[in-house]
Design a binder for this molecule. Structure first.
Ligand SMILES: [Zn+2]
Length: 412
């Protein structure tokens, strides 16, 4: 059989899997249904980067989603730049959504109005379950879109905690404490109040904490305390970007995560100055906290080699391919080849859509791209005689289901 025949067979089987979506920014469904939707929803969120880079002004991008302007006007704004971005992988997810969810093979002058009407018609309570469960076969999503998700069977909350350790002013410290219903004086008060918030979160169904890979300082407890006391006494108005207080609080939070059996999702790579977001910054934390489980996001794009070697060397780190399939199928497939070469197959999560409510339609586009990418890379291995088709499907099942289920301690 040719590689493409094997890929087609694997893809058919993989598309039948029930899956766990390992990262979204979906808020409660009302966030989506309370706003009108149309074709422009398929060109918001990530596609913004491509539109702005292609030359669209920020003001025009904002107008795309401003329903005070008529649909036709907003479509014309998009249409000016659509030819420049339509072959990129961010846009492709939107085209797949138009086809698979609403039955439109293209998005153009002839279809944009009917597509918009079809999207609005579906924008009713139940739209999440229709897209995610029915169309995507997603059992549940780990999501970071607020605190109260309503549908706790479908949406499992990951608590964002970057602002807890990466704090620069006394006012920010007090605001954090107030959000947990506490007022704090000492550093120990602060950590204790946060730990109570974590315990309460876990009781509400929180499944993990979310931080970023950043260039933290080395641990220095006296300096950390000096920073805290300086803020408290008003001697220091604002801490520098990276201060030992941040490192100390993060270290303590990572101990709490282990104590309460919560995984720590860790963003790496991709955004803006991605040198500040490289996975390698976290190596000292991976080493200091062998009992803490880390879910390392995005393969630290474009540093896939470093990320995959981290996946090889640290028993407490899982590699999560969320966002990567729409960033670049080319880099993601190369990353998966590296992973198959040297990371145990029980340490990888295949998919996270990484979309907000407004763009929830595109989860299906992203998922289809992830399924294709994995089918292709596994087909190469089967074709080379390195595994059978059944073994390839076993790997895929682990990446889409078993591994996140195990690492996130799910009882699904
Ligand atoms: Zn994200």
């Amino acid at each position: 059989m040719s590689i493409s025949d094997i890929k087609a067979a694997l893809l058919t089987a993989i598309r039948d899997f029930e899956i766990i979506d390992c990262h979204e920014h979906l808020g409660p469904e009302e966030e989506r249904t309370s706003e009108p939707v149309d074709v422009l929803n398929l060109f918001g969120h990530y596609t913004r980067t491509d539109l702005i880079t292609a030359g669209m002004s920020e003001a025009d991008f904002q107008r795309l989603h401003d329903h005070n302007y008529p649909l036709e006007f907003r479509w014309r704004l998009l249409q000016r730049y659509l030819p420049e971005i339509r072959f990129g992988s961010y846009a492709r997810a939107g085209f797949i959504a138009a086809r698979e969810l609403y039955g439109f093979d293209d998005i153009n002058d002839d279809t944009y109005e009917a597509l918009s009407a079809a999207m609005q018609e579906r924008n009713q309570p139940g739209v999440y379950r229709w897209i995610l469960r029915e169309k995507c076969k997603i059992r549940c999503c780990f999501t970071q879109g607020g605190n109260d998700y309503g549908d706790r069977d479908l949406l499992l909350a990951v608590m964002r905690v970057l602002h807890v350790h990466h704090v620069h002013t006394w006012e920010a410290i007090q605001n954090n404490a107030a959000s947990w219903g506490a007022k704090v004086h000492t550093l120990e008060d602060y950590l204790e109040a946060f730990e109570q918030a974590v315990v309460a979160g876990k009781q509400r169904g929180v499944v993990g904490l979310k931080i970023h890979a950043n260039p933290y300082t080395d641990p220095d407890y006296p300096e950390a305390v000096a920073g805290w006391e300086g803020l408290r006494a008003g001697r220091i108005e604002r801490l520098p970007q990276w201060h030992p207080l941040h490192t100390y609080v993060l270290d303590r939070m990572l101990e709490m995560a282990a104590r309460h059996d919560l995984i720590v999702a860790t963003h790496s790579g991709l955004w803006g100055d991605f040198r500040q977001l490289e996975a390698v910054h976290m190596i000292p934390f991976f080493m200091r906290h062998p009992q803490t489980r880390f879910d390392l996001y995005h393969l630290s794009f474009p540093q896939m080699q470093e990320a995959t070697i981290i996946g090889k060397n640290f028993a407490n780190v899982w590699l999560n391919l969320c966002w990567t399939h729409i960033m670049s199928p080319t880099l993601t497939k190369e990353g998966m080849r590296l992973i198959l070469d040297f990371v145990p197959v029980n340490k990888v999560f295949a998919f996270g859509g990484d979309y907000m409510s407004r763009a929830v339609d595109k989860v299906i586009g992203h998922l289809r791209m992830a399924q294709e990418n994995l089918a292709e890379v596994l087909a190469e291995r089967v074709h080379a005689g390195l595994m059978t088709e059944d073994q390839a499907l076993e790997v895929a099942r682990k990446w889409f289901w078993d591994n996140p289920k195990e690492a996130y301690r799910l009882e699904v």
